[in-house]
Design a protein around this ligand. Structure first.
Ligand code: ADP
Length: 320
């Protein structure tokens, strides 16, 4: 288990997911309430693996907001960075599972509480105590949470935290693709560790070829580690001194929601107390194998949070 604190900043919401595919939520015989939001998933991925994490963000002061805060606490995530908005409600997503397995989302965000986090509401002492500060992009979409995001990043960096960024692009939430690109690029060179999916790599580079050249076009001089996740093909890694890939584990995939968050949570848990791992290819590869195992396990169950593995689960898969 690790002991350094990983602070995860951003949104947490509830997905309403129909129990059957191919129909809208309104036509489905039933639905499940699946708590999620990439930064919250990462925070729980860390504690499930025995690490220490805190979530920073805003929820509505309503039954859903308190339910979500309760889920974080039950999972051992520190909740003293959570604010509750008395005016706006917790973000909700209504999901349609298309017959081809893809998901379509309709969001209640007009505005939802997460978007109303203000810089002056941040728990700065908590953020300063982070060894790793992790964040996505959704909080860059509008003010005031964009300013809160930028301030939290700055405070964490000043206090010496490793900054970890997963753009977690949800294009339908942005006013335009150009705006998404602009905001993502505006914070790109602040991060020490960046994880993108193959889809995000293509979006950011405009190059449909997922290769080393396209990944390296995203490199910035202060970056320590760039990861490109490839779903059932594993991941590619890039550092200043070496690059390579790690294959995926073969599992019976049911629902890929949260695989990337599980991967990131595992990586951060393994490097938070020993960042020199990033410079050591053999050790980094071992950590990425562990992260790939965690990602794979997360695809074997419905939903993100219930499917996040323990360290023992991951070691069992690795040992075969
Ligand atoms: P994201 O959720 O960000 O798109 P991926 O889907 O690429 O990220 O998943 C992250 C990691 O989880 C991958 O690098 C891989 O190791 C593992 N993973 C994801 N999907 C599968 C799958 N179908 N089978 C095995 N491993 C998977």
């Amino acid at each position: 288990a690790s002991s350094g604190l990983i602070v995860s900043f951003g949104e947490m919401l509830i997905d309403f997911v129909p129990t059957v595919s191919g129909v809208s939520l309104a036509e489905a015989p039933g639905f499940l309430k699946a708590p999620g939001g990439a930064p919250a998933n990462v925070a729980i991925a860390v504690t499930r693996l025995g690490g220490k994490s805190a979530f920073v963000g805003k929820l509505g002061d309503d039954e859903f907001g308190h339910m979500l805060a309760g889920i974080l606490k039950q999972n051992g995530v520190q909740a003293d960075g959570i604010n509750f908005d008395t005016g706006a409600r917790t973000a909700l997503a209504f999901v349609t599972l298309r017959a081809d397995g893809e998901r379509e989302f309709m969001f209640y965000r007009n505005p939802s509480a997460d978007m109303l986090l203000k810089p002056e509401e941040l728990n700065l002492d908590l953020i300063r105590s982070a060894k790793v500060f992790h964040y996505g992009s959704i909080s860059l979409i509008v003010e005031p949470c964009r300013s809160a995001h930028l301030k939290a990043m700055e405070v964490a960096k000043e206090a010496g935290a490793l900054l970890s960024y997963d753009p977690n692009l949800r294009l339908p939430l942005w006013p335009s693709a150009e705006e998404a690109k602009k905001q993502i690029k505006s914070i790109w060179d602040k991060a020490d560790v960046i994880k993108v999916s193959d889809v995000e790599l293509e979006f950011l580079t405009g190059n449909p070829k997922i290769d080393d050249e396209s990944a390296m076009s995203l490199w910035h001089p202060n970056l320590k580690l760039l990861l490109v996740t490839l779903g059932e093909k594993g991941c590619n890694y890039y550092t200043k001194n070496f690059r390579g890939s790690v294959g995926a584990f073969h599992v019976k995939t049911i629902d890929t929601t949260g695989a990337g968050d599980s991967f990131v949570g595992a990586l951060l848990t393994k490097i938070v107390d020993d960042q020199a791992i990033i410079q050591d290819e053999a050790r980094l590869k071992e950590v990425l194998r562990f992260a790939c195992a965690c990602g794979a396990i997360t695809t074997t169950k419905k939903g993100a949070i219930p499917a996040l593995p323990t360290e023992a689960d991951a070691l069992t898969l690795i040992k075969g």
